[in-house]
Design a protein around this ligand. Structure first.
Ligand SMILES: O=C(O)C(=O)Cc1ccc(O)cc1
Ligand SMILES: [Fe+2]
Length: 424
């Protein structure tokens, strides 16, 4: 049997400079630091906005380098011996050459039995067997498994015996920050996580998530082929998208014992590049990230315009579609019919997709915008998404999002070529 997940708990980032990335998330993206674990070997900060929680971990080679700089040489042997401890608590696999989103942590009912079931079936590789951690607020068991996607791992935790604010080892930071600024930035949860994956790897990944956690396929398009996924392979777009969701387990009658209310679903999207249309943003991610991984995370907001305004004022940069997007025949009318102002949407690069519900004939809307990459490389970025009835991903938005990123990357490559040419 698969190990059923009760909810997504947090997502970890492993970066070379925690302060820099945390500052970006706080000052620009309006996240609040609410818990921290600071030891002489590890630095971990937990930040939240609504139920979206990021843990930012410092990559251990950096912690070691700084420690070496500060301490006498005698320390080197101690550091070497305790190298394993440099790994951040609840994370594994921490050594990675570039800043990366490395772990999606889930709560499960019982880590011991979930891990035993997965191990007995030989379904996955454990990076950490079930391990108990305690502090004054109780105890918690966790294990860590490797996912089939690049450096991505999943920590499974059972926090039913833990009464503290976050996780054992973390202390509370700040106060009452959970609701601050909510009206200006109503981000409530993680909407979806998109993986950038090598060609022909999708089938293996979807099978693994189905067998391991009981994920179900989520069809992006009603005409989508079960095996092929949703394929866009013309007009310069070479993309195969396949989506999965995990809340079907509750709908199929399995009760989730300790949930008071149903958490919003977080979908997983697998993006594969197709070769026919030339190099693209998925290829760029795989190169610069040095392998498959989390390409972007969609942050759900109840008001995308207000959120984009607030974030933009705070210095967040968004990708914009070609200006013609907002003046295309029908687009303006579509935007107005959805109650929005085309001029305001164009100011922030917000895209709108409409579909009509097959049975009720109701109009459903989807609004999205991508931010520019967060780290030093052209790798990970965030997305804002507001859903008005639409539960999937609209074809029009996928095309426009793709083009907005592609235009930026091609410009960057052009600038880089110019720079190199000038130098030589
Ligand atoms: O539409 C979305 O939000 C997606 O997540 C689909 C997607 C995936 C990868 C891309 O490079 C562009 C778009
Ligand atoms: Fe997305």
């Amino acid at each position: 049997m698969a190990a059923y997940l009760s909810r997504l708990h947090h997502i970890s980032l492993n970066v070379s400079n925690v302060d820099k990335v945390a500052h970006e998330l706080v000052s620009r993206f309006q996240f609040n630091v609410f818990a921290a674990r600071l030891t002489d070997r590890a630095k971990q900060l937990a930040l939240c906005r609504g139920s979206a929680v990021f843990v930012v971990n410092e990559r251990p080679n950096e912690a070691r380098r700084r420690l070496n700089g500060h301490q006498s040489r005698v320390w080197s042997s101690v550091i070497a011996r305790e190298h394993r401890d440099l790994n951040c608590l609840y994370g594994a696999h921490a050594h990675y050459p570039v800043d990366t989103v490395s772990n999606v942590c889930f709560e499960v009912d019982d880590v011991q039995s979930a891990s035993a079931a997965l191990r007995d079936r030989g379904l996955c590789e454990f990076l950490q067997p079930p391990t108990e951690v305690r502090d004054d607020s109780g105890r918690l068991t966790f294990s860590i498994i490797r996912s089939p996607v690049g450096n991505v791992c999943h920590t499974l935790i059972d926090r039913s015996q833990y009464q503290g604010l976050f996780l054992p080892g973390f202390h509370q930071v700040g106060s009452d920050s959970q609701t601050a600024g909510r009206s200006q930035c109503p981000i409530t949860h993680f909407d979806h996580i998109t993986y950038a994956c090598p060609r022909s790897s999708t089938a293996h990944i979807t099978r693994w998530y189905h067998n391991t956690f009981g994920f179900q396929r989520f069809f992006i398009d009603r005409n989508e082929d079960v095996d092929e996924g949703y394929v866009l392979n013309h007009d310069g777009i070479g993309l195969r998208l396949t989506a999965m969701e995990y809340w079907k387990c509750s709908e199929s009658g399995i009760t989730l014992p300790f949930k008071d209310e149903k958490e919003p679903d977080c979908k997983f999207v697998i993006a594969e590049s197709l070769p026919e249309q030339g190099r693209n943003q998925v290829d760029t991610f795989l190169d610069q990230h040095r392998g498959a991984g989390i390409q972007h995370i969609g942050l759900y907001t109840e008001d995308i315009v207000r959120t984009a305004q607030t974030l933009s004022q705070a210095g967040v940069q968004f990708f914009s579609p070609p200006p013609a997007y907002y003046t295309e025949v029908g687009k303006q009318e579509e935007i107005v019919a959805a109650g929005h102002d085309p001029h305001i949407l164009s100011q922030y690069g917000i895209l709108l997709d409409t579909d009509i519900h097959r049975d009720t004939d109701n109009q459903r809307y989807l609004l999205q915008v991508f931010t520019k990459p967060i780290f030093g490389e052209d790798t990970f970025f965030l997305e804002l998404i507001e859903r008005r009835g639409a539960t999937g991903f609209g074809e029009g938005n996928i095309r426009a999002l793709w083009r907005s990123v592609q235009a930026y990357m091609e410009n960057e490559e052009h600038d880089e070529t110019e720079r190199v040419n000038k130098q030589s």
